[in-house]
Design a protein around this ligand. Structure first.
Ligand code: HEC
Length: 158
């Protein structure tokens, strides 16, 4: 009889144990899903804030007038052509003259035209030694330097 009672007691204890484990798991699960939900929500909020696509779209819309590069003269068109093709300036200085660190090309956007002309002349004659740029400006004329300088002064980093 006592043996049965003990067995029954053990059985009850076992059931109680299983039940409490089950409810503990439930609480744990719901906490976990709550945490995951909160993380997902926070992620969404940060994404909405920093969404690069939205930012780009917004930027394009709100780009200030002075950032727009207008190729409204033959000189500007010529400079654009040299900057992007003949002289390959874009490779080391970037589309907007923002500089390309990997190539060691510094920011040149907005630089005074007189300074740019001066540097280009010096680099061509070699009084300023620029090994990297040498070959790209060797065949450019002084007139090319002048249109490039006007162009570079108009560049703006976005
Ligand atoms: C292969 C890479 C490369 C190309 C192509 C290149 N540059 Fe450069 N440029 C450089 C580097 C590197 C420097 C800085 C090096 C130094 O000071 O010796 C520089 C410096 C300059 C500077 C002087 C900046 C300053 O603050 O003194 C000007 C202006 C410039 N480049 C304009 C141009 C133009 C215009 C072209 C196209 C005709 C051009 N570069 C093509 C790499 C390049």
């Amino acid at each position: 009889m006592t043996g049965r009672l003990v067995l029954f007691g053990l059985f009850l204890a076992l059931i109680a144990g299983v039940l409490s484990l089950g409810s503990y798991k439930k609480v744990f699960d719901s906490n976990e899903t709550l945490d995951l939900k909160m993380i997902a929500e926070a992620k969404k909020m940060t994404e909405a804030k920093n969404n690069p696509q939205k930012k780009v779209a917004k930027k394009e819309k709100e780009e200030p007038e002075e950032y727009k590069l207008v190729l409204d003269t033959p000189e500007m068109k010529k400079a654009h052509e040299i900057y992007h093709n003949v002289g390959q300036c874009v490779r080391c200085h970037g589309e907007n003259g923002q500089g390309v660190p990997e190539e060691g090309g510094p920011l040149i956007a907005g630089q005074h035209d007189w300074y740019v002309i001066d540097q280009l002349r010096q680099m061509k004659t070699g009084s300023r030694n620029n090994e990297k740029m040498k070959e790209f400006i060797q065949n450019l004329s002084d007139q090319d330097f002048q249109v490039l300088a006007t162009y570079i002064e108009k560049l703006r980093v976005r």
